[in-house]
Design a protein around this ligand. Structure first.
Ligand code: NAD
Length: 483
């Protein structure tokens, strides 16, 4: 007999089952794409056209705000993000089944603390015999933003802060597998707006995002800029839209460890970075190239930091579990990640091959040849392929090949500045981290601002408010030059 349960009721049951299995879900209230704990989300529309129209009204309201008013709003967004970081972390894990709630909480706090606001929008002035020329960073209008499942609410909030600071409106087409978490964040921005007397709907999203709703976004004349954070398919689609677009695409970050590195520290840093949110961040360490003469020491260090080492035969077996083979249009075999394994705990992945380990195991490592799928594919799982190399020439050559020309992120552990400089120059990545975990590249435990939209393909890099602006010039000839 068919039952008439609502999505919210089903989620309540799921939450209660999760609560029994895992105490971490106990803090969650019932949720779905349009509500949390009975609170109806603001700014979520059934029709993308309505969402775009609402975001356009939000844009008009932002345009009417002074910079100080925008900054006040952003301050409230920061406060609320910190207050609700734990809930969003738990919700992200409960909905996507990926990542770690404690790390997701930390990512939200990072967004709250280190996403630049209006201070990032700096005018420049040029004066001389012929007067004064002013250049200002102006908004585009309504931004259409496509967001991933891996950092869903983090990206919505980070994008919103930067885009609003720049004076834009924004409408989201979030990842369907993270729609409740993403729409929770959209609602948070709108609740913040209400607190400072801003519009009821400042930013907008949809109940059911699809490729079709993304197409509506691409074609709408109200959308002046597209910002896409995701894998190669969606970045390509957005860059082919005919609109101005910012593309933040896939990476496969290699790590080189040479024989001058502090090997114990390198081992800990690599495993800390690789296992952060179970390897979901696009910047996380994905494969290691280590000098042969320090490889045993590095692996021993990793084992002291919660790793389980597979034999090559076991690594081959696991590769068949975590990757599926598909044929493309030309009949070529490609590998796609098994979504049942992406962002899962190491012990859950190991259990799929009949290996039982405790919670102390946070990463799976294996010595593999360069051609192995653990090196070549962006798994987004706490699995690290390790390749032995003879010297720095071989390390740089193989690491650059494994990065596949994404020019996204690379890491190195070394005290030899020649080696560090050579790799940094050769790999040409947007982010290059030396002697630290990968998350140092987005300002976590390091200097510099943060972002969850790292735009390598289109060159904006570590995006911030100024990335979402257009330069406008105002010229006064022969006047306003006062000396
Ligand atoms: P994904 O590529 O599966 O999806 C991203 C978004 O695009 C989703 O909203 C999805 O529904 C949509 N989408 C997919 N194909 C589309 C198409 N053809 N047209 C319109 N929309 C489409 O992303 P994911 O699995 O959630 O995220 C992981 C990927 O994103 C990884 O490759 C990761 O490296 C990358 N990523 C990059 C950054 C960065 O800043 N560069 C940040 C996070 C994730």
């Amino acid at each position: 007999m068919a039952n008439n349960w609502t999505e919210a009721q089903i989620n309540e049951i799921v939450a209660s089952v999760l609560k029994q299995i895992n105490g971490s879900a106990s803090a969650l209230a019932p949720w779905d794409a349009t509500s949390y704990g009975g609170r109806k989300f603001i700014g979520i529309f059934a029709d993308m056209n309505d969402a775009i129209a609402a975001a356009n009204e939000g844009y008009k309201a932002v345009r009417a705000m002074s910079v100080a008013e925008r900054e006040k709003l952003i301050t409230v967004i920061r406060e609320m993000t910190r207050e609700e970081a734990e809930v969003m972390g738990l919700l992200g894990v409960a909905e996507t089944k990926m990542g770690r709630a404690d790390h997701k909480k930390a990512k939200h706090c990072l967004v709250a603390d280190k996403t630049p606001g209006t201070e990032d929008i700096e005018p420049s002035v040029c004066t001389g015999d012929h007067g004064l020329t002013l250049t200002e960073m102006a908004p585009f209008g309504v931004v259409g933003s496509i967001t991933p499942s891996t950092n869903p609410s983090e990206t919505v909030i980070c994008n919103s802060i930067g885009m609003i600071a720049a004076g834009n409106g924004v409408v989201f087409n979030p990842h369907p597998n993270a729609i409740a978490t993403s729409n929770y964040a959209v609602d948070l921005i709108n609740r913040a707006s209400a607190k400072v007397g801003g519009p009821k709907v400042l930013v907008a999203s949809v109940v059911k995002p699809t490729l079709e709703t993304a197409q509506i976004m691409y074609k709408s004349p109200l959308i002046r800029l597209l910002v896409c954070t995701g894998g190669p398919g969606v970045v390509k689609a957005v860059l082919s839209s005919g609109k101005k677009a910012i593309g933040a695409g896939a990476g496969n970050p290699p790590v080189i460890v040479d024989d001058t590195a502090d090997i114990a520290k390198a081992a800990k840093d690599i495993i800390d970075g690789c296992t952060f949110d179970n390897n979901l961040p696009c910047i996380a360490e994905k494969e290691v190239f280590v000098f042969d003469n320090v490889a045993d020491e590095l692996i021993a260090g990793m084992m002291r930091n919660g790793c389980y080492k597979l034999t090559l035969a076991q690594a081959n077996e696991l590769a068949k579990i975590v990757l599926n083979e598909v044929k493309n249009d030309k009949g070529q075999v490609k590998h796609v990640v098994n979504r049942e394994c992406v962002g899962r705990d190491a012990k859950v992945i190991l259990a799929k091959m009949g290996i039982t380990v405790g919670d102390d195991i946070r990463c799976i490592i294996a010595e593999v040849p360069f051609e192995h799928l653990f090196v070549q594919e962006e798994l987004m799982m706490p699995i690290l392929g390790i390749v032995r190399v003879k010297n720095i020439d071989e390390a740089i050559d193989l690491a650059c090949k494994a990065e596949h020309g994404n020019r996204h992120t690379a890491h190195m552990h070394s005290k030899n500045i020649d080696n560090l400089s050579r790799f940094a120059k050769a790999v040409e990545t947007t982010i290059f981290v030396k002697n630290a975990p990968s998350y140092a590249g987005i300002g976590y435990g390091s200097e510099g601002h943060t972002t969850f939209t790292i735009a390598g393909p289109t060159g904006e890099g570590i995006t911030s408010a100024r990335s979402f602006t257009r330069r406008r010039r105002c010229v006064m000839v022969d006047k306003f030059h006062i000396i």
